[in-house]
Write a protein that binds this ligand. Structure first.
Ligand SMILES: Nc1nc2c(ncn2[C@@H]2O[C@H](COP(=O)(O)OP(=O)(O)OP(=O)(O)O)[C@@H](O)[C@H]2O)c(=O)[nH]1
Ligand SMILES: [Mg+2]
Length: 342
């Protein structure tokens, strides 16, 4: 089987990791995130599509039971929030996101039912109305670990920058520990020059606004992202195990469902290797879903038996092995060292 190496170019910062492309299917029910998308109790703001279509006020539901680490996805309407969430965590193909409907209330997605990584991601409707009394933003921000603000780089982004500033400054005042990420999104539609210029401009303006407001300590991290050319990547923060002398070129310990890597060896992470390993997981799970389940459809697509070796046409071998119910070790090896070690 000849697998192609991934996206057309690497994302600027390899820290950001992400979804894979390819298969349009969702995970089967027993493999996915279970009861996804608990909805917030209250409907969002005024009429559909109305400006400032307020976020649902989760009220008591926001804090209480939801003690898992929480990531918020915010940004103007149509900036691509739900698409990011669906592609990265639900195996939706980027093309399918064209048919996503606008979100009109907060979707809380629990990324923990079948995943090693425990957190919730809350996908917000286009615009939050901080003046809506039913929306208890203080409570939401207080329990939040990270806020991702998505800006559509193909659109006029002035309004987005204004909202970004309002949002992060309110969030920071409530919870100065929060991490702020700005996704300069949909950069697939921009030329390289335009992309760099847009990135620089957004960076500059957003930081100027913070300086003017005396919020220099509020740190925003910027990433250029898109779902169509580069895969979007979520951070694999722990580089801890070493593959030196093992004949392994690169090794990742993956959370299978989210494809977040929990650990990798000490060599630098390059996007091609990461994407190749993500593709390997997709191939294994897809084949297993089709041929690995029992005739009555029971059984699991990923279990103790899960193991696969794929030889590529460039003397490279991909190796995947189940480690725990949620984790897989995926390695890239040279063919000769694979044969030597057996
Ligand atoms: N070109 C391009 N289009 C994208 C990308 N990501 C998402 N889109 C498109 O952007 C449109 C809006 O996406 P959504 O995910 O619904 O946007 P949203 O931010 O959730 O919008 P609301 O729910 O209304 O707030 C869809 O047609 C997507 O296909 C991308 O990386 N590049
Ligand atoms: Mg949405």
């Amino acid at each position: 089987m000849a697998l192609q190496f991934g996206g057309a170019g690497a994302a600027e910062e390899p820290a950001l990791v992400g979804g894979s492309f390819g298969t349009a299917d969702s995970f089967p029910k027993d493999f996915g995130y279970g009861e996804e998308e608990e909805e917030a109790e209250l409907e969002g703001g005024p009429g559909p599509g109305g400006p400032g279509g307020g976020a649902g006020g989760p009220g008591g539901g926001a804090g209480g039971a939801d003690s898992k680490p929480r990531i918020l996805l915010m940004g103007l309407r149509r900036s691509g929030k739900s698409s990011i969430q669906k592609v990265v965590f639900h195996k939706m193909s980027p093309n399918e996101t064209l048919f996503l409907e606008s979100t009109n209330k907060i979707y809380k997605d629990d990324i923990s039912n079948s995943s090693f990584v425990n957190f919730q991601i809350w996908d917000f409707p286009g615009q939050m109305d901080f003046f809506d009394p039913t929306f208890d933003y203080e409570m939401i921000f207080r329990g939040t670990g990270a806020l991702i603000y998505v800006i559509d780089a193909q659109d006029d982004y002035m309004e987005a920058l204004t909202r970004l500033h309002i949002t992060v400054s309110k969030a920071y005042k409530v919870n100065p520990e929060m991490n702020f990420e700005v996704f300069i999104h949909k950069v697939d539609g921009l030329s390289d020059d335009h992309k760099i210029e847009t990135q620089r401009d957004i960076h500059q303006r957003a930081n100027d606004d913070l300086t003017d407001a005396g919020l220099e300590k509020l740190h925003l991290r910027f990433r250029s992202t898109d779902l169509f050319i580069n895969s979007l990547i979520i951070q694999g923060p722990f580089a801890c195990f070493s593959s030196s002398n093992s004949g392994i070129e690169k090794a990742f310990l993956f959370d299978v469902v989210s494809k977040i890597y929990i650990a990798t060896d000490s060599s630098p992470v390059d996007m091609q290797s990461y994407e190749l390993c993500c593709d390997m997981i997709d191939v294994v799970i897809d084949v297993s879903c089709i041929y690995g389940l029992k005739e009555d459809g029971t059984g699991s697509a990923y279990d103790k038996e899960s193991m696969a070796i794929i030889k590529l046409n460039n003397t490279t071998v991909l190796y995947l092995k189940e480690v725990t119910k949620f984790l897989a070790l995926v390695c890239i090896l040279r063919e000769e060292s694979f044969e030597r070690k057996g």
